[in-house]
Design a protein around this ligand. Structure first.
Ligand code: ADP
Ligand code: ZN
Length: 622
């Protein structure tokens, strides 16, 4: 193939993707990679990582440098990723086990001819002798232009998606030293980042660290009372008809919650590793292809899901750490439109997470790291100040109150729980002294509040000096105190012995009054204000585009048309056009093809393929 002059990255962005400008650090990253540099890109979900390697791949292919190999762990999503590139007129392909022998052979033939621009494959395939031999052949002919290693945190055991196969990817560097590599991830705590650099031998790579802020996501963490009902209210009141993900800890809980939502008329589906592969794929396809599906899932679901219009991510159980929480919540609002991250959190979450660490077979050092990470998340959950400030601080960023989280929007009343905490600890201590054993939370709180239950009397605990000492505190208040004491490690829960409460080394500081305990007052939840009387709620894209009633009609017509096209092409609707693009078209009310020029997300290929149709649909809705 003849080397030709490279097109400019910006012209590729305009022509192929129909976007006006690079976002944030994209321009610098693309420039660096186009000129052959290695890069490590840390960017939050929705930040626009894909373009960071897709644009260089196209630029370098057009300059005669051959193909880019994209390493991705997500076989189930490759079809759609490649489909999206086809829609934009880019010659992309994937190689994985879902292809028939004939299809795979065809891809390999095109690959060896250096025709493909981007080839997607999973790490276990990339490192096979057969595939490496094919890469050798390309390399010898100067037709291996780039390696993109997506979801690079999979190489690290500190990340939350550790995939041992990623470790073998060092072969790419060793075997094809001159070929640039770009590794990308949305997980960026210092430990994981260091691990990625070492494991993938990216010491020489330039690091591009974006702000991790997702300003369009509103964070809310509520106290868990009746989680199913709380979730239902959140979904019905604030996200009726919208796509969302609900994360639960266990498969059983996933099933229950999905069923509960479905019974309430919400289009909810379960997803967890215990479902057979065909059903998982079917549910994922429904989530990606249909509008307004709520996926109730374990963390097995979500990595690489690039559906842009997920309007909420809810956690019914607390994740393990802030990276996990941020990664999962980050799946909301990739399109930049308002989205919500909502979590219900309670005493049991603290107990469960602590226990999982204690009972894991990992070594002491590993457990120590895991405990530290859990503590940071607990502090976030207990926080009475801006959630975003804390989240960003965790990723090393300094920021001010965001005005778009629960604590900013509805500053919680706080009260000084230090006295209550000391009384609680004293009670645990006295009970232990008196009976030689300890008891669970309910019993301890009964004593403190002066409730002479049968059990209390039976053990003579109504004669303890702390009996009734906390009569002025409500049970909710004491639960909050206890939760925070467990969160900070001043009380431990012995899962082996009926969840009894134990004092720890950390109790002393609180007992001595050296550590204060600040708690949120159980604020009455603000009523969800988005529910409107009558008529369907306008979508986030329609609101953002400021559509008039006529505009709404055009938007609806365009969406119906898009659904048909998507079905014909067997692709999710957003791969054809994003909501924001359709809303922009509806607002523009175009009469001619040139009216369509410059609409964001409408590249040359799409304009050519769909321009006339779009005009017809808009005209018919006029
Ligand atoms: P990530 O992989 O970092 O989560 P994506 O690559 O999926 O993010 O991009 C998120 C969304 O932002 C996508 O819908 C993408 O089309 C859009 N996007 C990315 N870069 C730009 C840009 N420069 N201009 C407009 N939209 C962009
Ligand atoms: Zn805030």
């Amino acid at each position: 193939m003849l080397a030709t002059a490279s097109p400019s990255p910006l012209s590729v962005l305009h022509e192929v993707f129909g976007y006006e400008q690079f976002r944030g650090p994209q321009a610098a990253i693309v420039e660096h990679v186009c000129t052959g540099g290695d890069a490590l890109v840390l960017m939050p979900t929705g930040g626009g990582k894909s373009l960071c390697y897709q644009v260089p791949a196209i630029v370098r292919q057009r300059a005669g440098r051959g193909i880019a190999v994209v390493v991705s762990p997500l076989i189930a999503l490759m079809h759609d990723q490649v489909g999206a590139l086809h829609e934009a007129g880019v010659d992309a392909a994937f190689l994985n086990s879902t292809l028939s022998g004939a299809e795979a052979a065809d891809v390999e033939r095109r690959l060896l001819r250096g025709e493909v621009t981007l080839l997607y494959a999973a790490p276990e395939r990339v490192t096979t002798p057969r595939f490496l031999a094919q890469l050798d052949s390309l390399h010898e002919r100067g037709l291996l232009s780039l390696f993109a290693i997506d979801e690079a945190h999979c190489v690290s055991q500190w990340g939350h998606d550790f995939r041992p196969e990623y470790r073998a990817l060092t072969v790419l560097h060793e075997r094809y030293a001159g070929v640039p590599r770009i590794a990308l991830t949305a997980t960026a705590d210092a430990l994981t980042r260091q691990d990625i650099v070492e494991r993938l031998q990216l010491e020489q790579a330039r690091q591009f660290v974006s702000s991790f802020d997702r300003p369009n996501i509103s964070y809310t963490i509520v106290e868990k009372k009746d989680p199913s009902q709380q979730l239902l209210r959140f979904v019905q009141d604030e996200h009726e008809g919208e796509a969302g993900v609900v994360y639960c800890q266990s498969r059983k809980r996933v099933e229950e919650v999905a069923q509960m939502l479905a019974q309430q008329g919400i289009d909810a589906l379960p997803y967890h590793a215990g479902l057979d592969a065909a059903m998982r794929q079917r549910h994922q396809d429904r989530f990606l292809r249909d509008e307004g599906v709520v996926m109730v899932a374990t963390i097995a679901f979500g990595m690489g899901i690039d559906k842009p219009d997920v309007r909420f991510v809810a956690h019914l159980d607390m994740p393990k750490n802030i990276e996990g929480y941020y990664q999962e919540t980050g799946r909301a609002g990739r399109d930049g439109l308002p989205a919500a991250a909502w979590m219900a959190y309670g005493l049991q979450d603290v107990v469960n997470q602590r226990r999982m660490i204690d009972e894991s077979p990992a070594g002491a050092d590993f457990k120590q790291v895991m405990r530290g990470k859990l503590d940071a998340l607990l502090a976030l959950a207990e926080a009475t100040d801006c959630r975003r400030v804390r989240l960003l601080h965790y990723f090393g960023e300094v920021s001010g109150p965001c005005g778009n989280c629960d604590n900013c929007l509805n500053p919680p009343q706080v009260w000084d729980g230090t006295d209550a905490a000391r009384k609680l600890l004293s009670t645990i201590y006295r009970v232990q002294q008196h009976s030689g054993i300890t008891f669970g939370a309910g019993h301890i709180m009964d004593i403190l509040r002066g409730k002479a239950s049968d059990k209390v009397r039976q053990h003579g605990h109504d004669r303890l000096s702390t009996f009734g000492l906390g009569g002025g505190f409500s049970e909710t208040q004491l639960r909050g105190v206890l939760r925070q004491l467990i969160a900070v490690g001043a009380v431990s829960v012995d899962a082996q012995a009926f969840n009894t409460l134990q004092l720890t080394d950390g109790s002393r500081a609180v007992l001595r009054g050296e550590q204060t305990v600040t708690l949120r007052e159980g604020v009455a939840a603000p009523s969800g204000g988005r529910r409107r009387a009558g008529g369907p709620k306008p979508t986030a894209a329609a609101v953002a585009a400021g559509l008039t009633d006529d505009g709404q009609l055009r938007f609806a017509a365009l969406k119906a048309w898009r659904a048909e096209v998507a079905r014909e092409h067997n692709l999710p609707a957003y791969v054809i056009f994003h909501d924001a693009t359709l809303a922009a078209i509806a607002a523009q009310d175009p009469r001619t093809l040139s009216d369509l020029q410059g609409i964001s997300g409408l590249g040359a290929k799409k304009l050519q393929a769909y321009g006339e149709e779009v005009l017809r649909v808009v005209g018919a809705a006029r």
